[in-house]
Design a protein around this ligand. Structure first.
Ligand code: 4IP
Length: 146
């Protein structure tokens, strides 16, 4: 595969937080993830956060496994049928909003996703999504490398 010769370029670590993985970390995490139940849905990406949420649409809510992966992507799965039901489309406009410890929203230009984490970790979801958004699209105040 050898392209640009020897120099094992001493790249400084550019990791800015736990979501900003180096290529080596990514490979390592992917390898470890292979045995996990949700790995097949991650489509080659590293799963950074996963958990059950109720996704409300209209009158009803559906229980889904939500995966935040590198990419970034937000994938939701029907955990009974074990099929991917969809994905929240990520863009620079995507915003997460906390309503209370269980309920959070993900705003996209065309739709707001109403999500509820029955275990009460909504804040962790919002922080994780915001982190990922900053890493991917900038607008970081405290995401400085040095
Ligand atoms: C469905 O309601 C589910 O909430 C779907 O979620 C949702 O699709 C459908 O919205 C909605 O009509 P019922 O199961 O009560 O019919 P899921 O795909 O997770 O099963 P998405 O994926 O878009 O939230 P529409 O508008 O997409 O059809």
């Amino acid at each position: 595969v050898g392209s640009s010769a020897a120099a094992p370029a001493h790249k400084p670590s550019t990791a800015k937080n736990s979501f900003d993985l180096s290529d080596a970390q990514k490979l390592q995490r992917l390898e470890a993830q292979k045995t996990e139940k949700w790995h097949v849905f991650a489509e080659g990406e590293v799963i950074l956060k996963s958990g059950f949420v109720n996704k409300r649409k209209g009158l009803f809510a559906r229980k889904r496994m939500l995966l935040l992966t590198t990419g970034p992507r937000l994938i939701y799965i029907d955990p009974v049928q074990m099929i991917k039901k969809g994905e929240i489309p990520w863009s620079a406009e995507l915003r997460a909003e906390i309503k209370n410890f269980k309920i959070f929203f993900v705003h996209t230009p065309n739709r707001t996703y109403y999500l509820d984490d029955p275990e009460g970790y909504a804040i962790q979801w919002v922080e994780a999504i915001d982190n990922m958004s900053k890493l991917s699209y900038g607008d970081a105040t405290d995401v400085t490398s040095s």
